[in-house]
Design a protein around this ligand. Structure first.
Ligand SMILES: Nc1nc2c(c(=O)[nH]1)N[C@H]1C(S)=C(S)[C@@H](COP(=O)(O)O)O[C@H]1N2
Ligand SMILES: [Mo]
Length: 529
């Protein structure tokens, strides 16, 4: 029967193994990030494995993650990867104490996963992208073998070397563990330093960019677009509050000086590559446009309105010889590709039908923030972001819907996705407890390209009542509305619906976000005490 002391020594042994495994994983990651920092930060193992996970995430799970974690979804994913790696590493370390080859094999396996993920990224620049993971695995395997050998050198051996028995191997192991931890921390810090240094050129290029004045400025926003209601969404969304939805685990930092945009493909008689200066030398337009994400639930937050400055896209395409399908053009899909390998496809007809489709360079009076696509992104009013709003764009290819499915279409989202009419109640909030008497119900409604002409409110099963509309700023922006409700005590359900410029009332029918955007009426339940 095992004694208490042998149980304790088994426990100590196991925790030494776990510690050895964790330190080996830490070493592997730190060395990998150091090598990535020197070569290409986007090839770091956490970034590439995370990217591979994102790409394989089904639409429903992606939407769940956005709904549940909001814009922290990426932090949650990275943490998840680290936790799983940590658990595996601890287990490997324990196994490695008894069977060292298993420990080594486990580390090698992780190296292979990292290398494969790196080479499989759409923005992979070649075999060199495997180096961070390979270097990490080699150093991790080395660290694991040193630590497990220290952790298992028996007290007898130690005694034979004339030390004081059990104390020796503990000290040897702890010393080795300390050195490993310090070395890994130093490698990791150095990796961070190099990564930051690599992005400094991009940061400087953004700081020094002076945006030209538009030849076609946006009209002054009419004073009446803002209703003075506490809790209503501002007409213009400040850049720092603008929603962000993308698959980028690390935000691409593109140097405007070396950035190029290639325009080519079917029906392009004059293919061209532009520098940013060449684009900025063209006549720019400035427009207020409301951008919406297809993953926005009814009542959801993934929508924002900004004043964009950009190069009209239709003119650029015409110069290159492109004609829309209605005028005999051979391409019906424009595929935009970003520096991080994202692809988005828009109908050529929509881009060239006279709407303000643009290559945006400015957002609310400043160069695009890195998060929102610096130096250049695409925008097509009236289309959900995933079929139009390519950030960090570097390539435009004219093709057909038959010939090519871009990223989200390969993942069950619709090929074509015009924005659906929606209205959202911003105030009162769900489950609010407003006092009886006059309560201002207010929010925003949008139907890009069609505009909003009417918003109606229904309390419980009462009649539909017209809300007051703020002044319109154009068909491509949302419109604020408000309604004075005479609240009576009790629980109440407030429902809103909008009518667009074609006279169409938004559908009551509730659909999920997949495949082409949520529909249905937003309602909020409140209790009047
Ligand atoms: N390169 C790149 N561009 C992208 C995406 C992306 O994942 N990668 N996401 C698209 C989606 S789904 C939306 S809704 C908009 C969001 O733009 P924003 O983050 O500036 O609000 O960007 C679009 N452009
Ligand atoms: Mo989106």
């Amino acid at each position: 029967m095992p004694s208490v002391s042998s149980f304790r020594s088994t426990l100590f042994r196991a925790s030494r193994g776990a510690l050895a495994g964790l330190l080996a994983a830490f070493t592997a990651l730190a060395v990998a990030e150091l090598v990535a920092g020197l070569l290409r930060p986007a090839a770091g193992p956490v970034t590439v494995v995370g990217g591979a996970v994102i790409d394989r995430t089904p639409a429903a799970v992606k939407d769940f993650a956005i709904r549940t974690f909001g814009e922290n979804d990426k932090a949650v994913l990275q943490l998840g990867i680290l936790v799983i790696l940590g658990l595996f590493a601890a287990a490997l370390g324990m196994l490695g104490l008894s069977y060292r080859p298993i420990g080594t094999a486990g580390v090698v396996l992780f190296g292979i996963v990292g290398a494969a993920a790196a080479l499989g990224r759409p923005d992979s620049t070649g075999i060199g992208d495997a180096l961070p993971s390979v270097a990490g695995a080699v150093s991790g395997a080395f660290a694991l073998s040193v630590l497990t050998s220290k952790a298992t050198s028996s007290p007898a051996q130690a005694g034979a070397e004339g030390d004081d028995g059990a104390g020796w191997n503990r000290r040897g192991f702890l010393a080795a563990a300390g050195v490993t931890a310090a070395a890994a921390a130093a490698a990791g810090a150095l990796g961070r330093f190099f990564t930051t240094r690599q992005s400094q050129g991009a940061v400087a290029s953004r700081k020094s960019l002076i945006l030209p004045k538009p030849v076609s400025p946006a009209p002054a926003v009419p004073a009446g677009v803002h209703l003075k209601v506490p809790g209503i969404t501002a007409f213009t969304t400040p850049n720092r509050d603008f929603y962000r939805v993308d698959t980028a685990l690390t935000v691409p930092k593109v140097d405007a000086g070396t950035w190029r945009l290639r325009l080519h493909g079917r029906g392009v008689t004059r293919p061209r590559t532009y520098t940013l200066d060449q684009l900025l030398a063209r006549p720019l337009i400035e427009r207020d446009i409301t951008l919406t994400c297809v993953s926005n639930e009814v009542g959801g937050p993934y929508i924002g309105n900004a004043r964009w400055l950009g190069i009209p896209l239709a003119g650029l395409l015409e110069e290159a010889g492109v004609r829309p399908p209605s005028k005999g053009g051979r391409a019906d899909q424009l595929v935009a590709r970003s520096v991080d390998g994202m692809t988005l496809g828009s109908p050529v007809e929509d881009v060239m039908d006279g709407r303000d489709a643009m290559l945006a360079v400015g957002m609310n009076g400043e160069p695009l923030p890195f998060d929102h696509g610096f130096p250049v992104r695409m925008l097509v009013p009236g289309l959900y972001g995933y079929v139009s709003a390519c950030k960090w764009i570097e390539d435009i290819e004219l093709t057909t819907f038959d010939a090519y499915d871009p990223y989200w279409v390969k993942r069950k989202w619709a090929r074509r996705a015009p924005i659906k009419s929606q209205a959202r109640i911003d105030t009162p909030k769900p489950f609010a407890r407003p006092a009886a008497g006059t309560v201002i119900v207010a929010g925003v409604a949008w139907a890009q390209r069609r505009g909003i002409t009417r918003v109606q409110i229904r309390v419980d099963d009462g009649p539909w009542q017209d809300a007051d509309l703020a002044a319109p700023a154009g068909v491509d922006t949302w419109r604020q509305w408000s309604y004075r409700w005479n609240a009576t005590p009790g629980g109440h359900n407030i429902t809103v619906r909008a009518t667009d410029g074609t006279g169409q009332i938004q559908t009551e029918q509730r659909t999920r976000t997949v495949p082409d955007g949520a529909s249905g009426w937003h309602s909020v339940f409140v209790t009047v005490p």
